[in-house]
Design a protein around this ligand. Sequence first.
Ligand code: SAH
Length: 261
Amino acid sequence: MAVKDTRTGVGRGLHGITASNSNTRISATRIPSRSASGTATPPLVNDPLGSNFERPRAAMVQRLQAQGITNSAVLAAMQAIPRHAFVDEALASRAYDDASLPIGHGQTISQPWVVARMIASVCGATMPTRVLEVGTGCGYQAAVMAQVFQQVHSIERIRALYDMAKERLRSLRLTKVRLVYGDGMLGLPSVAPFDAIVVAAAGIRIPQALFLQLSVGGVLIAPEGSGAQRLIRVTRTGASSWDRQELEEVRFVPLKSGLQV
Ligand code: SAH
């Protein structure tokens, strides 16, 4: 397998925020109410506390813009999905902080900037259609992705988190996401190829199976490393060629093989 290595945009910030991002001033752009696929964003009906969180959510989206997220479909999706509904009630008041939060079973919901950055970085001139997420966790990132992409599959290896995410997405009527209980290191060969793969847990190496399940032109984003981790973007450029770019430093929970019952 030929992998070309091009280093770009290497940042040094903690928790995925580059030093340059923190000082970059970006004028606010209007966020459309329609998703990239042209369909109206469906109302999230079963969210009784929703109105309490509209302001902090709008502030979160403004902060994402200031941190360099410019993709309007991604910003609209971050505005549409109630992050507070994906964490424990006791943590809901912190749901729109720029921080990762515990979701039980030793796992975390990724910080908003990381979610937005990963999704935006797989969006090219043509929007990916069929997308795979490895590491559903609480289901938040999958819910955001389902606002942006037509077909979203997400795999989780911890049974209790899979069950919880399934129930939560059902109660928010976000039933478009196709959840799978399984080992995401093996990908999802029965559904592949994918136009984009987003990996939400860090391995020492990105599993080869995932590279092979990208369509030609498809893009994968994943954290890599054990201690120091970095986001890596891999583009499949041909049947047996891939292009690799190193992005910002990040901190993710570990990618593990096998299932946890
Ligand atoms: N996407 C989540 C982040 C969850 S944290 C969000 O919205 O914030 C990462 C998740 O990856 C954890 O739930 C962990 O159990 C899961 N994970 C780790 N290794 C995995 C594997 N091999 N297959 C599937 N899920 C995995």
